[in-house]
Design a protein around this ligand. Structure first.
Ligand SMILES: [Fe+2]
Ligand SMILES: [Fe+2]
Length: 232
């Protein structure tokens, strides 16, 4: 990462804002990375999304990805807060648990900005959400995914981090593939009510690449946690 890459101003410790010259190179570097070998749970989730929303990437499908993306972080934060109430007699352990909760909250904030940006792009395109595919099913998938993430985190945290790393890796490649398949997005100006908080980008291609790079960062944070102790 180059020196003029600065922390995103959106209150997101886990995201970075890329300048116009860095984003192109960072996108190329990310594209060159091989996909992870996804586990069974991740592959079942991707299959379910393909069956409901189609194999082709669309902003409607990205919206569902972003609704679902937040829930592992919510589950981890929830477990950490419960844990901290039982560990107050060991201040250094409680401190590490608290730091983990703060990281999970920052990741949720970052995913929320992704969701808001995708919602705005959908609205700009005049997209009408159906009750079933636009509201009920994303909430149902998120509900199931939350409980799976929560359960894995309680029973064997590294499995929950691994599932999230798979999800984030898949999201990164999905966004980058979409940008590659739609070269016109590099000509489409990005005007957004969220650019002050998320970061300013000239084109829709650049903001989608920035989101992909956030997903890369989330993936790498989960990979780093896989081999760490539960709150170590
Ligand atoms: Fe995201
Ligand atoms: Fe993410």
């Amino acid at each position: 990462m180059t020196t003029d890459v600065v922390p995103n101003s959106g209150g997101t410790a886990t995201a970075h804002h890329y300048g116009p010259t860095e984003i192109h190179q960072a996108g190329l570097d990310a594209r060159a990375q091989p996909k992870r070998r996804y586990g069974i749970a991740a592959r079942l989730l991707f299959l379910a999304l393909d069956l409901i929303y189609g194999k082709k990437s669309t902003f409607e499908k990205f919206r569902v990805l972003e609704v679902v993306a937040r829930v592992p972080y919510q589950a981890w934060e929830q477990v950490a807060f419960v844990a901290v109430t039982h560990t107050h007699e060991d201040p250094s352990f409680a401190r590490r648990v608290h730091d983990r909760a703060l990281l999970a909250r920052a990741q949720q904030d970052n995913e929320l900005f992704h969701l808001l940006i995708i919602e705005e792009l959908l609205d700009n395109g005049g997209f009408e959400r159906s009750s079933l595919r636009g509201r009920f099913l994303p909430q149902l998938i998120a509900f199931g995914y939350y409980h799976l993430s929560w359960l894995l985190y309680v029973v064997r945290p590294r499995l929950s981090f691994g599932l999230n790393a798979d999800f984030e890796d898949h999201a990164m490649h999905t966004y980058l593939d979409y940008v590659d398949a739609h070269p016109q997005l590099a000509e489409e100006e990005w005007v957004s009510q969220f650019e002050d908080e998320y970061g300013q980008y000239e084109t829709v291609a650049d903001v989608l690449t920035s989101i992909a790079l956030d997903e890369q960062h989330h993936r790498d944070e989960s990979v780093a946690l896989i081999d760490a102790a539960r709150f170590g």
